[in-house]
Write a protein that binds this ligand. Structure first.
Ligand SMILES: [Zn+2]
Ligand SMILES: [Zn+2]
Length: 271
């Protein structure tokens, strides 16, 4: 029987295949990810549903985070944004089940899905199916890393993509050529919110952020790439920045934090 296999290291689901789709996961077999020392392993959504569940938590008005328990792959926390014109799921996780769909439907469901980069593509097609074929917005430059092509994927190829009146997608590049962030103008009491996945990553001292080519392998970006990211978000006002994990949030003064952090970073990688 054909199965949509899921890589247990990155959580990305592949197009249906008899037997494993590839020997080594294409997302993991490169510098930005890794293959576990124990080797490539696969699972399925059915198997994952048996011993994992999702938790939801409000992080600010009209913004809900969700994550999988026990933690699966890199333990990210996507966000559901509720707006008057519709709800957007920013980034994704592998586990989707009936409880999660019911919980999100009490918040108005999901009208559109937008994902920062391939490490969070996960089971995006399953999510779309569960929410009435919600379109999945991906930057076209990341298309080579889509392992389960689907007609519900909408590729955008501009630098800025207005998704809803309150929500704009911004291509920053860096970690991946199409690495993107989401600007929500109504967030943080109208002072603006930026959601960044790991395109811009809040660090342990949450007043600061960083920019990396590879997080698991600690490979930095160069000066040009970092300056390009800062320039891409410069036209937008934001006070708060959510990167892709629960604790990785710069609560206030985030736009200055991005600028300060870029200066510190470039100084550190310069001669
Ligand atoms: Zn993988
Ligand atoms: Zn990543």
């Amino acid at each position: 029987m054909k199965q949509n296999y899921i890589c247990t290291t990155c959580g990305v689901q592949y197009a249906a295949s008899e037997g494993y789709p590839v020997e080594i996961c294409k997302i993991c077999d490169e510098d930005r990810q890794y293959v576990k020392p124990s080797g490539q392993q696969w699972t399925t959504l059915d198997a994952l549903q048996k011993d994992h569940h999702n938790q939801l938590r409000t992080v600010e008005p009209n913004l809900t985070g969700l994550s999988t328990v026990p933690s699966f792959t890199i333990g990210q926390r996507p966000l559901l944004i509720q707006t008057p014109e519709g709800n957007v799921l920013w980034d994704c996780i592998t586990l989707i089940d009936d409880d999660t769909v019911a919980a999100l439907n009490t918040l108005g469901g999901v009208d559109a899905i937008a994902i920062s980069h391939p490490h969070f593509y996960d089971t995006m097609v399953e999510w779309s199916e569960a929410f009435h074929d919600a379109p999945i917005y991906l930057h076209r430059d990341n298309a080579p890393w889509v392992m389960r092509p689907d007609q519900r994927i909408v590729y955008w190829d501009t630098e800025i993509f207005p998704l809803l009146p309150d929500i704009t997608l911004i291509r920053c590049g860096g970690h991946f050529p199409g690495s993107s962030v989401l600007h929500w103008s109504a967030g943080a009491d109208g002072k603006g919110v930026l959601m960044t996945g790991d395109t811009i990553m809040v660090v342990t001292d949450t007043r600061w952020v960083t920019f990396m080519y590879s997080y698991p392998n600690s490979i930095p970006l160069n000066r040009t790439a970092v300056e390009r990211i800062v320039a891409a978000v410069e036209p937008f006002e934001f006070d708060r920045l959510y990167s892709g994990w629960w604790e990785k949030v710069t609560q206030t003064d985030a736009k200055n934090a991005v600028k300060r952090s870029a200066e510190r970073y470039i100084k550190a990688i310069s001669d």
